[in-house]
Design a binder for this molecule. Structure first.
Ligand code: SF4
Length: 100
């Protein structure tokens, strides 16, 4: 047997089958990940569940809560990271968490 013969690529049927099977499984998994919609954000709580109220709770109100996303002006309604819908900067709910 010559040196050229030793270096010749001689794939076995079993080896080719393993490579093909691995590639096929990888393609299926990649396709599944691509087709499954991902949720960009976790679902928000409803105002009812969060016991939202459009007025402060003592000195606690949305404008000084870490979850509040302000509106266009300081007095305008904004949104909340954890409660759905339009949120008053003067509102409050049980998920209130003060800004540090
Ligand atoms: S978590 Fe509650 S208190 Fe805080 S911003 Fe959202 S609605 Fe307002």
């Amino acid at each position: 047997m010559s040196k050229a013969d030793e270096n010749e690529f001689k794939p076995s049927r079993r080896g080719l089958f393993k490579v093909g099977l691995t590639a096929a499984v990888g393609a299926v998994v990649a396709t599944c990940f691509a087709l499954v919609p991902r949720r960009a954000h976790a679902a928000k709580a409803s105002k009812t569940v969060a016991m939202y109220q459009p007025k402060p709770h003592g000195n606690q109100f949305c404008a000084n809560c870490i979850h509040f996303i302000p509106g266009k002006t300081p007095q305008a309604d904004g949104t909340c990271q954890v409660v759905e819908g339009s949120i008053s900067p003067h509102g409050w709910c049980v998920l209130y968490a003060p800004k540090a």
